[in-house]
Ligand binder design. Structure first.
Ligand code: AOF
Ligand code: ZN
Length: 355
């Protein structure tokens, strides 16, 4: 199962709206006969790949799957059915698939065919890996990770706006890898107007064209001359706006305009996430600026935090977060630190909010 989880990890950021699943088929002699993971765009499923590789060696063997095999008819037949036809004697699965089309029916089909089914093996790890998919199905919103790069004193830019570069090349390369493992990167219009970013993943050998670039732009101020607009025919750009009528100047660009409810300050963050999930996104990496970060934090809609910190002190400038309107220390959002990592001279702290 640990191997199946590692295989599943390869699919993160490449398979939305589907989950990233891994499957290992072990033959009757106990040797690995097939390994599969969900393919780009979500099909074929992991089991299809592993079963094809294993061929006749699957008969009498064991199938390890990181998610309950599907039971519905998609482009191909259900994976539960494929495991039955392949003749495995036993299936070990990590966790149930909450998709209403599956939801227990995959396991039930296997049991009905006389296959021994064990579930819950490395379940917590599997749910963590597929937190994005589970969030989309169960909460109707994607998993939200805030990414910040600051100085030791928590600043993201000088008052002048200068922010290149606070962290070093190792941390910046790592941040690009993070993008590759997400379905979308999201930035506020303030950051986009200031930096004119591309928001792509620039790592050789990684195909990142599925990464959606989302701009939160209440009044639709994005310029058709921005790098985002100019590259929108090659890689998707979605504009979340409370004033879709104001986006007429983008009609000839390939930007997709998605109307979102207005909130007290700009767009309503909960509605924005609802819209993104309904479009199929499961994992969103929020890259700035302070206003977007703060509104998500205030609404308690952030799930994870990736904090890159450089050993420098600014002593002035823009803070990563602004007024949360707390009345006391007890109200502070707190995170659980899951991992710390040194990247060159910088430090990466990976944390989870208690949501
Ligand atoms: C599996 N193995 O590798 C994946 C599964 O749109 P479809 O037909 O591809 O079905 C998508 C649903 O299938 C998805 O919502 C989830 O329930 C399941 N994904 N199932 O057996 C896989 N990716
Ligand atoms: Zn399937």
């Amino acid at each position: 199962m640990a191997l199946a989880l590692r295989l599943a990890q390869r699919s993160l950021g490449r398979v939305w709206p589907n989950p990233a699943v891994g499957c290992v088929i072990v033959d009757a002699q106990g040797h690995v006969a097939g390994q599969g993971w969900t393919q780009d765009g979500g099909r074929p499923h992991a089991e299809t790949e592993a079963i094809r590789q294993a061929g006749a060696r699957a008969r009498g063997g064991v199938g390890y799957v990181t998610l309950e095999p599907c039971a519905h008819h998609g482009q191909t037949g259900p994976c539960a059915e494929a495991l039955v036809s392949a003749g495995v004697a036993r299936v070990v699965s990590a966790t149930e698939d909450p998709d209403p089309r599956v939801s227990g029916r995959g396991h039930a089909r296997l049991v009905q065919a006389g296959i021994a089914v064990d579930t819950g093996v490395l379940g917590a790890e599997a749910r963590r890996l597929n937190a994005g998919f589970l969030s989309r199905i169960k909460r109707g919103r994607p998993l939200v990770t805030l990414k910040v790069a600051t100085t030791l004193d928590g600043r993201i830019a000088m008052t002048s706006g200068e922010s290149k570069w606070i962290t070093g090349p190792e941390a910046r390369a790592h941040a690009h890898l993070m993008r590759a493992q997400h379905d979308a990167v999201l930035a506020g219009i303030g950051t986009v107007l200031a930096d004119d970013p591309e928001l792509t993943c620039r790592i050789d050998g990684i195909d990142h064209r599925r990464l959606v670039r989302v701009v939160v732009d209440t009044r639709a101020r994005l310029s058709p001359d921005s790098r985002l607009c100019r590259s929108a025919d090659r890689q998707a750009v979605w504009l979340l706006t409370a004033q879709p009528d104001a986006a007429a100047h983008l009609a000839r660009s390939n930007v997709r305009v998605l109307p979102v409810a207005a909130g007290p300050e700009g767009i309503d963050p909960a509605d924005a996430l609802r819209v993104l999930a309904s479009e199929g996104l499961t994992r969103v990496l929020v890259e700035g600026g302070a206003q977007v970060m703060t509104s998500l934090l205030r609404a308690r809609l952030a799930d994870r935090l990736a904090w890159y910190r450089s050993p420098a002190i600014m002593g002035q400038g823009v803070a990563a977060f602004s007024g949360l309107g707390l009345s006391g220390l007890a109200d502070m959002p707190r995170v659980l630190r899951k991992e710390t990592r040194v990247l060159g001279q910088d430090l990466l702290e990976t944390c989870e909010f208690d949501t």
